[in-house]
Design a protein around this ligand. Sequence first.
Ligand code: ATP
Ligand code: MG
Ligand code: MG
Length: 548
Amino acid sequence: TKEAGKDFIRDIVEGDLQSGKHKTIVTRFPPEPNGYLHIGHAKSICLNFGLAEEFGGRCNLRFDDTNPAKEAQEYIDSIERDVRWLGFDWGTNLHHASDYFDQLYAWAEHLIVNGKAYVDDQTADDMRAARGTLTEAGRNSPFRDRSVEENLELFRAMRDGKFKPGDRVLRAKIDMSSGNINLRDPTLYRIVDAAHPRTGTKWKIYPSYDFAHGQSDAIEGVTHSICTLEFEDHRPLYDWFLANLPVPAHPHQYEFARLNLTYTLLSKRILNTLVRDGVVSGWDDPRMPTLAALRRKGVPPQALREFVRRIGVAKANSVVDYAMLDFSIREYLNTASLRRMAVLRPLKVVIENYPEGASEELEAVNHPDDPAAGTRKIRFSREIYVEREDFMENPPKNFYRLAPGKEVRLRYAFFVTCREAIKDASGEVVELRCTYDPQTRGGNAPDGRKVKATLHWIDAASAVNAEVRLYDHLFANPAPTAANYEADLNPNSLVTLSDCKLEPALAEASVEKPVQFERLGYFCLDRDSAPGHLVFNRTVGLRDLWAK
Ligand code: ATP
Ligand code: MG
Ligand code: MG
């Protein structure tokens, strides 16, 4: 566990403020709107917005919207919603790379005029082949030595829509033999034939990530441009553009380790594939690692922020155990959730010595650690439901729950003893016959006798029906591979139970309010709920509490 303020990025920022290098810091969170944000993005959001909060600076939300072929308004909207939900506010600092298209275009001509960029007519395949490898230098393009006039004319023709996608690109003229492949004449502009959510069809050419990013940082006065380690090799190019263009400022790029999680693939491209292939029901299917899905599953933003704080910010990549996320979620929900009872796989129990037609109200506490949360009344009568797996006909020695002849406590109610299991024609147990001890009301026997198990239960007559969805990891493999994800899928990632019995108080649950179903876990109402049809998602299970 790291203290906030103790990671290497915060040390750098602190040093830059102390030395007077910067009077105030500016960071940015720069998503490409080509999908929904995932929990990896939460790490970047908490870092960038967190730095601005902690050091009294500012953090821009900047859409890196340079590829209209893959971007959409739906993604822009979802990103804004998810950043807000996580608890951050960019205020008036909303920007788009597309705000700078005119400036970026002018800077591209500036490079051409200075002999530092050229239009290349090679095919994408030829360009790739000529780029070389780590051990083999690249080869110069046959179009590399075009005159400034010809380059300007061709680039303007690209801009004016005279060519088709793939016909030509604009490249920086740097060094085809550089040990850093990113410096081997990288692409600055390509032709894209797609409407842009903001600039419509004005542009036929779009800047590359590398050409847009650092210059956007410079325009916005970003002081610390923080990205993930994959971009470390791009930093020389980031700096080359700043050194070769008349930019208003010289931001600095820093790299940190991306978040990797066990059982999880964190890449919008792969997540997009899962949605498109119908592996999940959508971007907010609760098995997805997107913020929208975590929200829908019932994960509170506070738990995510605490998780991100705990994993810290490091310079070396690693994989975080998903259990750490579950821990943060449970920890928060334990405090934040009211307790309720629900039976997911009901088994009917008839209490033979309880008078027919009678019923009574018992008092149940809403939160064991928070008396202010108060109590509620729950009904008890002759017919109730218990959890099917809380009964065994031939139990092993250490099974303390219901079995013929065994006595248990019903939470907030009475001791009951199982007398008989009724079976249907196929031999399946369909009902238990029990007796109760009226002396044990509230859960204690006056004679001091003990029972080892306390079960949750639901009064049959007043029960509310619901569908409950139990989620597990989408992948069975703790280290799923993107290339062959299908083989790694978990066939049991979703179990839908359609005949669950809930206490009536749960009919008033709301999407925002998490609840604990006693002994089962944390749950929240799903947006698929409709009048008369409640649907609950399991957010996370409890640790094993059977013997409580
Ligand atoms: P993806 O491959 O999922 O699309 P990306 O990096 O291409 O990820 P962007 O929208 O460009 O997605 O990311 C916005 C910011 O979030 C970037 O600064 C990026 O470095 C950061 N980011 C993306 N994934 C992670 C991750 N797993 N952990 C931490 N930061 C991340
Ligand atoms: Mg990106
Ligand atoms: Mg990406």
